[in-house]
Design a protein around this ligand. Structure first.
Ligand code: ADE
Length: 244
């Protein structure tokens, strides 16, 4: 998988991309992440990337030309590498809401281009004629798309086969199953008088699996009942929930 990120603040990505999952993913070479400063695609003396909005109003708007040229340069460089058209995703509070399903959908692509918006907005021609998708990471306004791009890249990269230590670790994640994750414990078996549930020390994998499923169901019912409508529930799951 290759991810190209277009931003005016490439330095924001240095630490994140050199740590933990991203570092391992890129070192193992199944993931390549390139951060580009789209200011480099300006041609005037002042390297202007934004301008006043037509019609007046506060704030500045990102100009279309540097973004179109930057995407063009990336597409030219990668021409012939893949047959699918490359998704060009604008991070913005106006986009469709990001979720584990969207992350899984993006993880099936071999190449993504992420555009980080800034200031009051981006010229609408970028939205209409350059971006193929617009994604928001939540109903709040960030000061730029950079943190959103990191969130999207993180959630996507960890789903790329081989990136996590073991491919099963992503399967039980909250949201991957449509349910919140069951509680986890590690040693010591007792800490400040609080014990690890007996069942987890039993060594009986069938009983442990049933307990985990129950916990995931009850936790989801209590904290995020809205998720249960969309979760894949067995008859046994439904019986368990009806007793609560
Ligand atoms: N840029 C500003 N706010 C954002 C959000 N909520 N999601 C994605 N990009 C953004």
């Amino acid at each position: 998988m290759r991810i190209d990120i277009l931003t005016l603040f490439p330095e924001m990505f240095a630490c994140v991309l050199n740590t933990a999952i991203f570092k391992r993913a890129t070192e193992r070479e199944n993931v390549r992440i390139n951060v580009h400063n789209f200011r480099e695609y300006t041609h005037d003396r002042h390297h202007t990337v934004d301008d006043y909005p037509y019609g007046g109003g506060a704030g500045m708007v990102l100009k279309p030309e540097p973004l179109f040229e930057a995407v063009d340069a990336i597409k030219t460089e990668t021409q012939g590498e893949g047959v699918q058209p490359v998704p060009v995703i604008l991070l913005s509070p106006q986009g469709r809401l990001f979720s584990q399903q969207v992350a899984a959908e993006l993880a099936r692509q071999s190449h993504l281009i992420l555009i980080c918006g800034h200031y009051e907005g981006v010229d609408e021609r970028v939205v209409e004629h350059l971006a193929t998708d617009e994604i928001s990471i939540g109903d709040y306004v960030l000061s730029g798309g950079e943190l959103a791009a990191m969130v999207v890249a993180d959630a996507v990269v960890r789903l790329v086969p081989g990136v996590l230590g073991s491919d099963v670790s992503a399967i039980d994640d909250s949201y991957a199953t449509g349910l919140l994750e069951y509680p986890q414990y590690t040693r010591p078996p007792e800490y400040q008088g609080w014990s690890v549930p007996e069942v987890l020390l039993s060594g009986n994998h069938a009983i442990i699996a049933r307990w985990r499923r129950e916990q995931a169901l009850f936790r989801t019912l209590k904290r995020r009942p809205d998720l249960l409508d969309r979760a894949n529930l067995s008859e046994q799951d439904k019986r368990l929930l009806s007793k609560k």
